[in-house]
Design a protein around this ligand. Structure first.
Ligand code: HEM
Length: 341
C-alpha cells in the first residue's frame, strides 16, 4: 500500500514538474517572425499609432530655435488633414454646386423678375460714385480671393490633371500672392461698406411685412421696402460679419502662431475654409439677383441710377422718402431740367 502511495506521489510530482516547465517555456513562434532583420511595416505602424495615441504627440529633436518645428505628429494634425482633404471639399462642393442648382431651378420656375409696366424714362439716383467704387473694389477682390482660395482646396484635383505640374505650380504661386495681398483692399472695402450703409441696414417695421410676404419673390405683389429690403439687409450683414470672420482668420493664418498655438491654428484654418465656401455660395445668389435674376437691378451698381418704376416696384418706401426730400429723381429722357429762377 505504501509502495502504491509512493508511486502515486512520484507521478503527481512529475506531472506538476511538467506543468511548471510548460508554463515557464515561451510560446513557440514561427522561425520567420523571430528573424530580427525582417521588416514588418504594419507592426511598426501599429506601434507608432499606439505610441501617438498614448502620448498624444510625437516630438523629434532639432537645431533651429523654433521648438514647434520639432513636433512630428499629433492626433489633432491628422483630424485637420482629414478636414482639409475630405470634409472641406465636400462641404464646399455641396454648398457651391447646391446653390448653383437651386438658382437654375429658381430661374426655370420664376424666370427674371420683370419690370412691370416697362420703363418710365425717369431715373432716380440709387448709389453715388463712392458707393459704387467701394462695392466693385470689394467685389473684384472677393472674386479673386474666392478663385485663388478655391484653388487651394480643389486645384490639385480639378486643375492639375488639365495642365503641366510646372504650369500648375506657377498659377498656384501667383494665386497665393494674389490671395495674400488682395486681402487688404478687401478688408478695407468691408469696413467702408459697414460704415457707409449701416443706417440703411437697421431693422424697420416694414421688414416684418416683407418677410411675411416672402419679399413678393414668387408672386406679382409689390411689398413695400426702404432703401434695402430684408434680403439685402441679410446680404449686408453677411458681408460685414462674414467678411470680418474671413479677414480675422485670414490674418491669423498669414501670421502663424502670432496669437495662438498649433491647435488654435488648426481651428482657424477650419473656420476660414468653411466660412469661405458658404460665403462664396451666398454671394453667387447675390450676383444672380443683381444680374439675370431681376430686370433693371444691375444699373443701380452700373450707372448708379435706376428707373423710377423699378424703384417704386421694389423700394416704394425709399422712393417716397427721396421724393419727400426733393432729391434724386431725374426728368424723363430728352426733357431738359429747367433751372430754378
Ligand atoms: C460679382 C458679382 C456681383 C454683382 C453682379 C453685384 C451686383 C450688385 C447690385 C446690382 C447691387 C445693388 C442692388 C440694389 O440696388 O438694390 C449690389 C448691392 C450690394 N452688393 Fe453686390 N454684386 C456682386 C458682388 C458682390 C460682392 C462680392 C460683395 C461683397 C463681398 C457685394 C456686396 C454688396 C452689398 C453689401 C450690397 C448692398 C446690399 C444688397 O443690395 O444686397 N456684392 N450688388
Amino acid at each position: 500500500m505504501s509502495t502504491l502511495l509512493r508511486t502515486f506521489r512520484l507521478l503527481l510530482a512529475l506531472v506538476a514538474l511538467f506543468g511548471l516547465a510548460l508554463v515557464a517555456t515561451p510560446a513557440t513562434t514561427p522561425a520567420s517572425a523571430q528573424q530580427p532583420s525582417t521588416v514588418n511595416p504594419t507592426k511598426d505602424a501599429v506601434s507608432e499609432d499606439q505610441l501617438l495615441n498614448q502620448m498624444r504627440i510625437l516630438n523629434g529633436r532639432g537645431t533651429i530655435p523654433d521648438v514647434k518645428s520639432y513636433n512630428l505628429e499629433q492626433p489633432g494634425g491628422r483630424d485637420w488633414r482629414h478636414f482639409q482633404d475630405v470634409v472641406l471639399p465636400w462641404v464646399g462642393a455641396i454648398s457651391i454646386l447646391g446653390m448653383l442648382a437651386l438658382l437654375v431651378v429658381f430661374y426655370l420656375i420664376r424666370g427674371m423678375v420683370r419690370l412691370e409696366g416697362g420703363r418710365s424714362g425717369r431715373t432716380i439716383v440709387r448709389f453715388n460714385a463712392f458707393e459704387r467704387f467701394i462695392h466693385w473694389m470689394t467685389a473684384t477682390c472677393f472674386v479673386i480671393l474666392a478663385i485663388t482660395g478655391l484653388n487651394i482646396t480643389f486645384g490639385r484635383k480639378l486643375l492639375l490633371p488639365l495642365m503641366s505640374p510646372d504650369a500648375f505650380t506657377a498659377w498656384s504661386q501667383a494665386g497665393k500672392y494674389a490671395h495674400n495681398f488682395l486681402s487688404f483692399p478687401f478688408t478695407l472695402g468691408v469696413v467702408l461698406i459697414l460704415l457707409t450703409w449701416i443706417a440703411w441696414n437697421l431693422p424697420e417695421r416694414t421688414d416684418i411685412e416683407w418677410l411675411k410676404k416672402g419679399g413678393g419673390l414668387m408672386g406679382d405683389e409689390h411689398v413695400p421696402a426702404g432703401h434695402f429690403n430684408v434680403g439685402q439687409k441679410a446680404i449686408y450683414w453677411i458681408v460685414v460679419l462674414g467678411g470680418g470672420v474671413m479677414a480675422a482668420t485670414g490674418y491669423m493664418l498669414m501670421f502663424p502662431f502670432a496669437l495662438t498655438d498649433v491647435a488654435g491654428m488648426q481651428t482657424t484654418a477650419m473656420v476660414h475654409g468653411i466660412a469661405a465656401v458658404l460665403f462664396v455660395a451666398i454671394m453667387i445668389a447675390h450676383a444672380y439677383i443683381g444680374t439675370i435674376g431681376m430686370e433693371g437691378a444691375f444699373e443701380a451698381m452700373g450707372t448708379g441710377t435706376v428707373d423710377l418704376n423699378w424703384a417704386k416696384q421694389h423700394h416704394s418706401k425709399w422712393v417716397e422718402e427721396e421724393v419727400a426730400k426733393g432729391r434724386g429723381v431725374a426728368p424723363p429722357r430728352g426733357v431738359r431740367a429747367t433751372p430754378a429762377e
